[in-house]
Design a binder for this molecule. Sequence first.
Ligand code: CU
Length: 601
Amino acid sequence: MSFRFPGGNADAPHPSRRRFVQGLAAGGTLAAFGLVPRPGWALKGAGPADVLGGTEFDLRIGETLVNFTGRTRPAATVNGSLPAPTLRWREGTTVNLRVTNALPHGSIFGHHTSIHWHGILLPANMDGVPGLSFNGIAPGETFLYRFDVRQAGTYWYHSHSGFQEQAGLYGALIIDPAEPDPLRCDRDYVVLLTDWTDLDPNALLRRLKKMPGHDNYSKRTVGDFLRDARRDGLAATLADRRMWGAMRMTPTDLSDVNANTYTYLMNGTTSLGNWTGLFRSGEKVRLRFINGSAMTYFDVRIPGLKMTVVAADGQPVHPVTVDEFRIAVAETFDVIVEPGGQDAFTIFAQDMGRTGYVSGTLATREGLRAPVPELDPRPILTMADMGHGGMDHGSHGAGATDRPTPGMGAMAGMDHSMHGMDHGGGAMPSHPASENGNPLVDMQTMAPVPKLDDPGIGLRGNGRKVLTYGMLRSTFDDPDGRDPGRTIELHLTGHMEKFAWSFDGIPFADAEPLRLNYGERLRITLVNDTMMTHPIHLHGLWSDIEDERGDFLVRKHTVDMPPGSRRSYRVRADALGRWAYHCHLLYHMETGMFREVRVEE
Ligand SMILES: [Cu+2]
């Protein structure tokens, strides 16, 4: 047969073994004696991080031994803790944060360090991005971050140096509003979701470069083929398979790294450790979900409970009640739940590719558990997901499915369109000239749409009400009010097999800064020309997402871009200086999906 499933990897671990290893240890930071725990030993330190409040903070970045899988490994930590301490600020105060680099000489996490305050408005020299904001923090040095707190809500902080964020250097940031919080609840918990690997992150990147398909060995089987052929007919099935082969990828490649490599953590604890938030029946509980992962999107639900989403990326939204939400890397969502009628509820966060999960519990006392759901079926990417389908764009939402539609058969032009040659069809989008013939660009989307009402791959028609961007509405009007004076269009580009990522086919190393004029209101339109999701984060300035009509929808700091999507947001260039603008998938950022944004007078 002429189709193929590329990217085979004979050395991938067997899933059942992996499932056993995953979360073997409850996890946590070890005492400084180099003590090695017995497998399954629930460490005292596991669970919520320390909470530090006030305006004066001393944060010491170092290396600490941890054990999440049964093996002891070094992590990058703050004050010896993974996650880093939760910081609690108050709007209207000035914070002083003294950050000391205490990484040991020769640390695998590098010499320099930094902390970036994600989603926080501040002067550019306080933003913590080495090379743009400052030079980074040298070994033994202490850097004083000092700035006024001008906002409230749920945020997070993390290293912006090398792979320290992957290795544990992240923590929650909660800012209490200057006025009494209208969302005040009986209980208030951070739920910080992250992905841990025992691998040296440098080695993980080397593997991604050499074998980008390593973690996606679960190719579709002959059985799948026969089932599809029975249902869709042999010709359509063959065409579908050929098309995927031509794209040098498999329809299950939803993320570059998954639970075959990662152990997922909730507040620094594996599922075995079972992070638990206590409640009494009838109480209102606020859960501040933060995705502090390097690479992992999570789909979150609490079986038996409705979740009322009240804030996105720290900013209040009109309450919307859902059963489930997808949280992109670097996003935050605040939800309110009112548990009752039973003693325990499972907080279930499965990864987007359904290769693993992390769970915790809301319970009336420690030690209780509720049933943990099975992983959902593995979702199959369709051509419509990549903005190539055309047929079913109108059918997003509850009724749509993830299965290929008959429209998929019309992929004869696929090979050509992937190489940027526009064949007919008046609605072809324009692509930047820098994508043409570019060896770092392996495909282009031909019919990108905003997909604001689409729950996303693997979440359509699952019988649950799933949050979409279209449901998020800021509680305030467009804070600027001016129409954008101009539009900058940028395409998210990449080459899967080379593991090369960029904007407009130009990696950071070769790119000119994007120049914004101080005070201007402009529109950024992103088009995702790749088959991966990318959470795009602009430092220092808000991203005010527009709906399909161009009206203000919701204020965010991180904009999720599903494959084949086109989304626009407004930016007010009201902060001078040099800012980072990048995909928040760590290995995409590191390999080039990054731009400097310069706001100039
Ligand atoms: Cu990316």
